[in-house]
Write a protein that binds this ligand. Structure first.
Ligand SMILES: Cc1cc2nc3c(=O)[nH]c(=O)nc-3n(C[C@H](O)[C@H](O)[C@H](O)COP(=O)(O)O)c2cc1C
Length: 201
């Protein structure tokens, strides 16, 4: 819901900068894949690879990212972290970057990165650890990411229909009317800026 909307806005921003930009959106929940299983195929002598060698539904996505000009990731915050699905994806993305010879982190290609997170918490009261230690891997191997967070999101459209008494729908509505359009605008602007960086080099 919220995360998908932020990503849509990012895409709109990128497309509005140039008709030459192609944004491909992959919904991780729609793919059947696992996190890294430590097969170490990416570290076999003389055949080491900085793209995961394990074959499943994530393989073509990882191949595509290795040649992309930019990367935007979006996840809701679940129990203070990105979703398990995102974490599994990040393990598969980043472990092949990591050299167990010298602990350097090298991706096939550096590129601009934007990390989006959405959550119930507010800027002053939240438990988000965001992309956590994966952010360091991304910053080192791809480039320092820009981060965007949307706070105090709607979790459902009708709070009366659910056991969600811990939240005040009124307060949520108020927050949303003051912040949501700005959040979407920041996602749009980030898309525009990434497209600019890609087109202008
Ligand atoms: C399983 C689960 C765990 C969650 N944990 C947190 C949390 O730890 N902190 C937080 O601020 N919000 C938490 N939330 C709220 C979501 O992060 C928030 O509603 C988010 O915007 C949902 O994104 P979506 O609309 O794209 O699904 C949780 C939601 C679910 C379903």
């Amino acid at each position: 819901m919220n995360t998908a909307r932020m990503l849509q806005k990012f895409e709109e921003g990128a497309n509005s900068m140039s008709g030459d930009i192609e944004v491909k959106t992959v919904r991780l929940y729609g793919l059947d894949y696992k996190g890294c299983m430590s097969c170490l195929a990416c570290k076999i002598k003389d055949k080491a690879s900085n793209v995961c060698r394990f074959q499943d539904a994530l393989t073509p996505v990882l191949e595509e990212i290795s040649q992309a000009d930019g990367l935007v990731l979006g996840s809701p915050v679940y129990f203070g972290e990105v979703t398990g699905q995102m974490r599994s994806f990040l393990e598969r993305l980043a472990f092949p970057w990591l050299s167990y010879n010298d602990y350097s982190l090298t991706a096939p290609k550096r590129m601009p990165v934007v990390l989006i997170e959405t959550m119930n918490g507010t800027p002053l009261r939240n438990n988000s650890n965001g992309y956590g230690s994966m952010e360091h891997c991304i910053a080192t191997a791809l480039g320092k990411p820009r981060s965007i967070a949307a706070y105090n999101t709607y979790q459902v459209t009708d709070y009366d229909h659910y056991e969600l008494a811990g939240f005040s729908e009124e307060a949520k509505r108020q927050w949303r009317s003051e912040h949501w359009e700005d959040d979407l605008q920041r996602a749009f602007d980030a898309g525009f800026r990434m497209a600019e960086e890609i087109i202008n080099g």
